[in-house]
Design a protein around this ligand. Structure first.
Ligand SMILES: [Zn+2]
Length: 418
């Protein structure tokens, strides 16, 4: 970039926030994003399957029904997939469904990738008994755990998912693995979100809080080791490493954008050169006008953000700010003291069609070992982030909370785009 001349521009976010913003779908550019007054209904048919050569229970109807559709109870820390999606979508998605009696099928294959064939066989059996499945938008299959390589599998995007829930994953309290989080994760794939990864950048062998040329390298799979990237590394997203931690993390702004829970107005794209002082409200705040930002990176060639990526684009930067919650987002409060920065590839994915991508960039690389290194990933107040590839600089200026006046919390940022 030859010219260093910067223009000063301030987005009038604070002016918008003087009037409590009402979330409406009056002029959605993301046309299928529904509104709280006219929510999209996701109606799940829970198809329980076992096999003539394995008559074990695929999970009790009561337990599965509770995990999927229960009313929340904060005192009892009781959650459900339905309440999760109602929360993550700001009331724009309502989940309902039915749990059907177990169907025993003769399986033609032990191959776990044949789960859709198992599902179709069970569906046909139910329909031959007079059950009408037409009203359901999604099929979720459960079977007694087989020697599958997965705990859950799903179409991305699509309407079918399968649960191969090992015994220990049925634990619904905090701990390694969780049946409800697995169901939430797989439905998230159906809704268009891929895995949310993490990346740790190095320059000259040293980890740096920025994006360097090294971070342009194709995705390298490495779990728990000293590797720079991890497919499930985003600990702040149910589509990432949250599955291994007791946070019950909601989706990031990037994942919510891909799932169609955020409009382009709520997560604006900043693309013109200049210096911006902007405000950001917490992602989980339904009344916030601005819940995240996308920043286009100038002079960045298109490349696949990870090895499995089918599209080659120049990833943008996605920003959001997470405050600790009571039922969901129960991560350490230190997470709330900073903003999360992700490389994201979400443009054009709003139709729940194309595959996007997002990876959390670690702002404190090397602070801990393995995937837990990303537990202190957010950028803290007073700290700067530099994208050496595009020249973008981001500084978190302040975080303000005003509970007395019942005002929304605000983070102030300075963004320089060359
Ligand atoms: Zn997955």
């Amino acid at each position: 970039m030859s010219t260093k001349k910067k223009m000063f521009a301030a987005l009038l976010v604070s002016a918008i926030l003087l009037v409590p913003a009402r979330v409406t779908a009056s002029t959605p550019t993301n046309h299928w994003v529904s509104s709280p007054s006219n929510p999209e209904t996701i109606n799940i048919a829970v198809i329980r399957i076992n096999f003539t050569d394995n008559l074990s229970s695929p999970g009790s109807a009561t337990l599965i029904g509770d995990l999927l559709f229960n009313e929340p109870d904060i005192d009892k820390k009781r959650m459900s997939l339905a309440f999760f999606y109602e929360t993550a979508s700001y009331g724009r998605v309502q989940v309902t469904g039915s749990v059907f009696p177990t169907i025993t099928i003769v399986r033609t294959s032990r191959d776990c990738d044949d789960y859709k064939t198992w599902g179709r066989t069970a569906r046909e059996a139910l329909e031959s008994q007079g059950t009408n499945l037409d009203e359901y938008t999604h099929m979720m299959y459960f079977w007694p755990p087989q020697g599958c390589y997965y705990a859950g599998i799903a179409e991305l995007p699509g309407d079918e998912s399968g649960m191969n829930l090992w015994r220990r994953w049925w634990r619904t309290t905090d701990g390694q693995g969780d049946a409800m989080d697995t169901m939430i994760h797989e439905l998230g794939h159906n809704l268009g979100a891929p895995h949310s990864g993490a990346i740790r950048c190095r320059a000259g062998g040293v980890s740096v809080a920025g994006i360097t040329e090294k971070c342009r390298a194709p995705w390298a799979f490495g779990r728990f080791g000293g590797s720079d990237t991890w497919e499930y590394g985003d600990n702040l997203d149910v589509m990432g490493g949250n599955l291994y931690l007791p946070f019950h993390a909601l989706p990031s702004s990037a994942s919510r954008f891909m799932m169609g829970f955020l409009t382009e107005e709520e997560m604006p794209l900043i693309e013109a050169a200049g210096t911006y002082e902007i405000e950001l409200n917490p992602l989980n705040e339904p009344n916030a006008a601005i819940k995240g930002y996308r920043i286009r990176r100038p002079n960045v060639e298109a490349y696949g953000l990870w090895g499995m990526s089918t599209q080659k684009t120049a990833p943008e930067i996605c920003l959001d700010w997470r405050e600790r919650g009571t039922l969901f987002d129960r991560f350490p409060s230190s997470i709330s003291r900073g903003i999360s920065i992700r490389l994201c590839d979400v443009t054009g994915t709003q139709q729940r069609g194309a595959h996007g991508n997002a990876v959390l960039v670690d702002m404190t690389p090397g602070s801990r070992s393995g995937f837990r290194d990303w537990l202190d990933g957010p950028l803290r107040v007073g700290k700067s982030f530099v994208d050496e590839v595009s020249g973008i600089r981001i500084k978190l200026l302040s975080i303000q909370r005003d509970p007395i006046n019942n005002a929304l919390s605000r983070a102030r940022l300075r963004i320089e785009i060359p």
